[in-house]
Write a protein that binds this ligand. Sequence first.
Ligand code: HEC
Ligand code: HEC
Length: 303
Amino acid sequence: MKPLLTALLLAAGSAHANPVTMEDQSQLKVPDAQAQPRFVPPAEGELPDNAFGKMVREGHALFVDTRRLMPEAVGNGMNCSNCHLDQGRMAHSAPLWGAYPMYPAYRKKNDKVNTYAERIQGCFQFSMNGKPPAADSPQMTALSVYSYWLSTKAPTGVELAGRGYPEVAPPAGGYDFTRGQKVYLEQCAICHGKQGEGQKVAGEYVMPPLWGRDAYNWGAGMHRINTAASFIKYNMPLGRPGSLSDQQAWDVAAWINRHERPQDPRLVEGSIEKTRLKFHANDGVNLYGQKVEGVLIGQGTGH
Ligand code: HEC
Ligand code: HEC
């Protein structure tokens, strides 16, 4: 299978003047934040009342209520929709309709061509700090079917405006923890808690945690300050996206990502330094394995 695929890709490359380039997706390069997203996913009312519609509904339920419905697969306090807003529909919030038509795709993170199911498994392992369900499990099928349905009438292999989280250029003067803390306490703590612990009602999170044992782990895309800044700038504070300056988004992203969270599940021989070298040294802007004010970051929460 693998050599055949390579041969096909090579053949395709030499036969056409403009071969399809397989983008490196270890970190999505999202092209144009200014381009107006025009794709509109189907409305819930358009769902057919049949076996397919039922499966879409199941996938939707798993996406927004992941922790409760899949406790065996989720190791923290998160639901998929906590980072993919409006049930995976919102542009600039890594919407599922922007993702589904772009797979299979090469990802540097695991150095292979990933199917859509494998991409979702990545979010289970890192963002949800859990154990990914099997690619052929009913849950994975339902999540894929939900994504497929949201992508109805989207072209295949075409980067749609609104995909991913648009890049926010690093501020010229870098970031600053003290300023980040100030933004955090003034604009985020009211919902996410002073210690980033989120808020629970009747034992269930109603506001997701940003650090600590129930947050995304040290292997998640969101642990990169650049990725968190992008998410935050375009999605937070909830209901007021775009209200922070680029500088504020970077400062507060750095403040969040200097706090401990569950260990990177890829931990190499128990060594933070080896893990840093192998997985973090070339992974955007991140603090894993570095010292901040004399304290080693990346020790994990001992979950
Ligand atoms: C803590 C935040 C977070 C959670 C929770 C999360 N994700 Fe993600 N997801 C991300 C980030 C960050 C990316 C990568 C974006 C990048 O690399 O720029 C991503 C990427 C994706 C992509 C690929 C997007 C694309 O355009 O290629 C899919 C699909 C996806 N997630 C599905 C899921 C599913 C399903 C769940 C629940 C099982 C989930 N995510 C939970 C943060 C999260
Ligand atoms: C009004 C309440 C509210 C405010 C204020 C708010 N958030 Fe959020 N935030 C949320 C909710 C709710 C979600 C999950 C979205 C969902 O499930 O639809 C979220 C999600 C997130 C996430 C991704 C999920 C996670 O837990 O990792 C991050 C990161 C985040 N917020 C950062 C911030 C930052 C930084 C600020 C301040 C600039 C902020 N938020 C302000 C309510 C809020």
